[in-house]
Design a protein around this ligand. Structure first.
Ligand code: C2E
Ligand code: CA
Ligand code: CA
Length: 725
């Protein structure tokens, strides 16, 4: 694979550790091939070498047979053969001493805790966040290296008296003795290794001579006779001068204890009975990890770009300068158009890579003094100093658009991306950093609402109506309270007999001013505002009410399909609440089908499996919506309790046009039949499509050719009519 750049964390860390990330070998023991592959992709990208074992036995075998040892083990708990716990135990028994990070789902929390008890170093939750995972790995690697060094020294300590001097010298720490005035009377050879100094240049001199100039004042005081006489043990952090390192110093944690030296080691005249025994432990690596953490506080781990905190700082500075020199400054809020769609299509890990590439391309369009930051998700902030007019800003946007002209490619998939920008200028659109950022944001959303991608400069009118999006979200919240939603139903009919096999519930918003809005106009908004759960629950309740009534009237369709958004399914109590609603309306779960989309299975397969299984166990049927458009892996079709596949309308629409698509549709149909799944073709609009599907043996169709989604009364008419034939 091509690996253009490492994630920032591994890069910086590799310097600190003296070993490059790409020399680190990680063993992934994980039986879910999709998850393992996405882990591998991500880790390779971060510069690690990886091997995958799909069960515990082969994991252990890999540990034993490989010529290059592994540095770390990423371990799934739930494995097909032996458990993750056994792997940890057996690895220890067989003498493999490598740090273990357990990757496990929530359902396995207990097991994860037990793994930690068995000696695993860390635990990362599925679905993992990239930065957390990388951070855990780097931390575990750093810690295990330190432990190895210290335990190597520790081992030797227990051996023999004869080795004492050797031990003192081999210690990873600088060990020294000071007389009561703070002069060095003894120091081990570690001094040479860590600081590049000879014993002779130090012994007889005051300890503070070794201290970095900046810390010398502090050291003088800490090592002064009266300070030293106060307590028995002293501990402080200091920089010591180093001739061995580029910056000319290293960090140490110095511990000093008063000791009474044995007779023979004390001076002839009995002077120096009062001595201090010191150990200076090199903390430079730890410091670097801390610096990294600090870096993380100001940078986005995914793209390595400044985050909004740092952006604000840069902007504040730019404003001070602009005010002084009467200059203009522009703040651009950039947003990728329809990124959610791309995200679904590419899957989590690949979409992350895409965002990284986006960051790089935009960065490539900037001038020296500009700052690009990642704001959140697919939103970026851009600071342009030295702007003379709106034209200067437009030139930058043009440059970015040109750069975006070429498609982005990740792992063989490619996508054309476009971007929208909201722009606020100092001083005309705002005086402070916060105001400018907020106004750029408002301009962006204003532009988006008025349709399409492009750019918009902030206008005071936008500010007055406050954020339109907020307003719409407020309206949406009200809409739920005030019952402004309507449920339409679209029939799904048997292809041969054209009889109704089911109806799909499709929501519409009857907006008081704007009329009947399709879900495309408000679903994303509802997701953003965390209203999707209430909305889906409203739909479920409404569909149950209708089904109860249809049953009473004797016109009920065999099943009602309800769309469930991934965000909703991820709710911890989704299953209980869903079943409770069915029970409340005495609806037979066998008559309900939930439609979920494929990308659900990439996010957190074990969580999804549990929920779907529990739904299925209660008789609820599961349909995969829009099949073929996203991450289509057949493995989950076997693993999950799925009843129905819905072929996406895009494939159906290609039937009359592109011959290549026939192969896909044929393949989907034969797979579905092989797995004994019910197959529904969506969006059937023409007779030609219908005929093709019929020849191929598709089971059911849904589409305008049969019926558009209908209001409840109209559907009831249709069902009555069918009863009579
Ligand atoms: P979907 O689940 O794929 O629903 C099918 C969409 O295709 C519906 O659009 C339907 O009106 C449309 N359609 C059906 N037959 C044809 C056809 O022959 N030609 C054409 N051009 N279109 C056809 P709609 O109602 O606008 O829904 C859009 C999407 O919104 C749905 O896609 C679904 O993902 C989502 N959605 C709808 N209702 C709900 C809901 O209650 N909850 C959730 N979470 N999502 C919903
Ligand atoms: Ca659907
Ligand atoms: Ca669909």
């Amino acid at each position: 694979m091509t690996c253009s750049r490492n994630a920032p964390i591994s890069e910086s860390h590799a310097q600190g550790g003296g070993q490059r990330a790409d020399e680190r070998r990680l063993l992934i023991v994980e039986d879910d091939p999709v998850f393992a592959a996405s882990l591998r992709y991500l880790l390779n990208h971060a510069g690690f070498q990886t091997e995958i074992a799909t069960d515990g036995g082969s994991g252990l075998a890999l540990l034993a047979t490989t010529s290059a040892p592994f540095d770390l083990l990423l371990l799934d708990i739930d494995l097909p053969d032996i458990s993750g716990h056994d792997v940890i135990r057996l690895a220890r028994e067989r003498g493999f001493d490598l740090p273990v990070i357990v990757v496990s789902g929530d359902s396995e929390i207990d097991a994860a805790i037990q793994a930690l008890r068995l000696g695993a170093m860390d635990f990362v939750r599925k679905p993992f966040e990239t930065e957390i995972l990388l951070y855990a790995i780097n931390r575990a690697l750093a810690q295990s290296r330190l432990e190895r060094e210290h335990s190597a020294a520790q081992l030797r300590v227990n051996r023999s008296e004869r080795l004492h001097r050797f031990l003192v010298d081999a210690s990873p720490d600088i060990i020294f003795i000071l007389d009561q005035t703070g002069r060095v009377t003894f120091v081990n050879q570690r001094l040479k290794v860590l600081l590049g100094l000879d014993e002779a240049t130090v012994v007889g001199r005051h300890f503070s001579r070794m201290v970095h100039t900046h810390d010398r004042q502090r050291a003088r005081y800490a090592f002064s006779a009266e300070k030293l006489s106060e307590t028995a043990l002293h501990s402080f952090e200091l920089r010591l001068k180093s001739q061995a390192d580029a910056p000319g110093f290293r960090y140490f944690e110095v511990n000093l204890a008063a000791i009474g030296l044995p007779e023979q080691a004390a001076g002839e005249a009995g002077e120096g009975r009062d001595h201090y025994y010191g150990v200076a432990r090199d903390t430079t690596a730890r410091r670097e990890v801390e610096a990294l953490t600090n870096y993380h506080a100001n940078h986005d781990a995914l793209t390595g770009l400044p985050n909004r905190v740092l952006f604000r700082d840069h902007l504040a500075l730019a404003l001070i300068r602009a005010r002084r020199n009467n200059e203009q400054v522009a703040v651009l809020h950039l947003n990728l158009d329809r990124f959610k769609h791309v995200n679904d299509r590419f899957g989590h890990a690949h979409a992350d890579e895409l965002l990284r590439q986006v960051g790089e391309r935009i960065q490539g369009c900037l001038r020296g003094g500009d700052t690009l930051a990642r704001f959140v998700g697919d939103e970026f902030l851009l600071l342009n100093s030295f702007v003379w007019s709106e034209r200067d800003v437009l030139l930058i946007i043009d440059r970015i658009n040109r750069e975006f002209g070429a498609p982005f490619t990740v792992a063989d998939k490619s996508a054309h991306l476009t971007m929208s920008a909201g722009i606020a200028l100092f001083p005309q659109h705002g005086e402070t950093a916060d105001e400018l950022i907020r106004h750029a944001n408002i301009a962006l959303y204003h532009g988006r609402l008025s349709g399409g991608h492009g750019h918009s400069f902030f206008m005071p009118e936008m500010g007055e109506s406050t954020d339109q999006r907020l307003q719409l979200q407020g309206e949406l919240r009200q809409a739920i309270e005030q019952d402004q939603f309507v449920l339409f139903y679209q029939p799904q009919v048997g292809l041969r007999d054209r009889r109704i096999r089911g109806v799909e519930a499709l929501v519409r918003w009857n907006h008081p001013q704007r009329g009947l809005l399709p879900p495309g106009d408000f679903l994303a908004l509802a997701e953003d505002a965390h209203l999707i759960v209430s909305l889906d629950e409203w739909v479920t309740r409404e569909a149950c009410k209708a089904l109860r009534e249809w049953t009473r009237l004797g016109i009920a369709p065999p099943r009602v399909a309800i769309n469930i958004s991934p965000r909703h399914l991820e709710e911890a109590d989704f299953v209980e609440r869903f079943l409770a609603l069915l029970a409340e309306y005495q609806v037979d779960p066998n008559r309900i089908e939930v439609e979920v989309t494929e990308n659900l299975f990439i996010r957190d397969p074990s969580m999804v499996a549990l929920k779907l299984q529990s739904l299925a166990a209660h008789g609820v049927m599961i349909a995969i919506d829009d099949f073929g458009t996203q991450y289509s892996s057949l493995s989950y079709l076997q693993k999950f309790p799925i009843h129905t596949l819905k072929i996406d309308k895009s494939f159906v629409w290609e039937i009359d046009r592109e011959y290549r698509q026939h192969a896909i549709i044929k393949a989907i149909i034969s797979i579905a039949h092989g797995l004994e799944l019910n197959l529904v073709a969506e969006g059937v609009e023409t007779d030609e499509q219908l005929r093709f599907l019929e020849i191929q043996g598709c089971d059911e169709i849904q589409g305008y050719l049969i019926s558009k989604p209908l209001p409840r009364a109209a559907l009831e008419g249709l069902m009555r009519q069918e009863q009579q034939t």
